[in-house]
Design a protein around this ligand. Structure first.
Ligand code: 13P
Length: 304
């Protein structure tokens, strides 16, 4: 990695009293320079805890937005303003309001991969690490709407035995991982443990040994005796896993599982972000307070 660029980032970070947070799907060099690297849940908690004045969020829009919801007094920056999340864009607040009208007595759980406006229309937020716990905490005499990811929703429904009202959203990166990818990888590495993210399709999950969020994958491999793992999620995860456990072998289930939005963040853009305080992630106070209630309810239920 370019040492001069790194030193420049360090100087700017000190000047701005900034902290750099990176998701596990970020390019390896960005994971390496970040002050904290983690899953969606871990990053939102870190964002709330830090006493830094500025948060440079190396991830996608909804993640930076969640940090801004939790930390209104901090400046939250997304180094590339076009780093969005197609899954989060698959439901609007208006569409959710219509779904609520059709299911008037329902409680709404929104996956953290959603806009602040959608969270503001929700009773609970959840991440892939705690969707099952959040759903199972809800009263059984109320219907539950789960948006926007149908695959995580089905996983939570199966694990809790609850019938959820689902929305047909999906992650454009996880659905490229196919049954053939898993079968081929298993044939090549018969002793490997297959770990799939809950955003994968149901047939892919059925062929997997473990269904885990990115943070849970890190936890699981830390204590597992296995030496080979097939990873069915975005390929940035391989860097995070290898770094923690250099002795083990991590095989990407599919080389096509690349999130183009996560990869929009570069070292140059981080420098630009720190120099010019761009791009500020703003959430109106009205939306923020409503969305924060849904996130706070999730945090109360947690195992994290
Ligand atoms: P995690 O919460 O498991 O890090 O997943 C984030 C995500 O956006 C998956 O597509």
């Amino acid at each position: 990695m370019d040492k001069r660029l790194l030193e420049k980032i360090k100087r700017l970070k000190d000047k701005r009293k900034a902290v750099i947070l990176a998701h596990n799907y970020q390019p390896g060099e960005i994971q390496d320079l970040a002050d904290f690297c983690g899953d969606s849940l871990g990053l939102s908690i870190k964002a709330a805890e830090t006493d830094a004045k500025v948060i440079v969020f190396c991830g996608v829009q909804f993640m930076a937005e969640t940090a801004a919801i939790l930390s209104p007094e901090k400046t939250v920056l997304l180094p590339d303003k076009f780093a969005g999340c197609p899954l989060a864009d698959m439901i609007t607040a208006e569409q959710l309001r219509q779904l609520k009208q059709k299911n008037p007595n329902a409680l709404v759980v929104s996956y953290v991969n959603s806009s602040a406006e959608v969270k503001a229309e929700s009773d609970y937020c959840c991440t892939s690490a705690n969707a099952v716990e959040v759903v199972s905490s809800l009263p059984t005499d109320r219907p539950v709407i789960f948006v926007p990811d149908q695959h995580l929703g089905r996983f939570a429904a199966e694990k809790t035995g609850r019938d959820l009202v689902l929305w047909p959203g999906y992650c454009t990166t996880h659905i490229v991982i196919t049954v053939e990818d898993i079968k081929n990888a298993k044939a090549k590495y018969p002793d490997a443990i297959v770990m799939a993210h809950p955003e994968c399709t149901e047939p892919v999950k059925k062929l997997s040994d473990q269904i885990l969020s990115t943070g849970q994958m890190l936890k699981f491999t830390k204590t597992s005796d296995a030496k080979q793992f097939i990873i069915a999620t975005e390929i940035g995860m391989i860097h995070a896993l290898k770094k923690q456990n250099p002795q083990a072998e991590f095989i990407a289930a599919s080389d096509r599982a690349i999130c183009p939005n996560m990869k929009k963040i570069t070292l140059d853009k981080i420098i630009g972000s720190l120099q010019d305080l761009q791009y500020k992630v703003m959430v109106s106070e009205e939306i923020r307070t409503k969305a924060k209630k849904a996130i706070d309810r999730m945090v109360e239920i947690l195992p994290h």
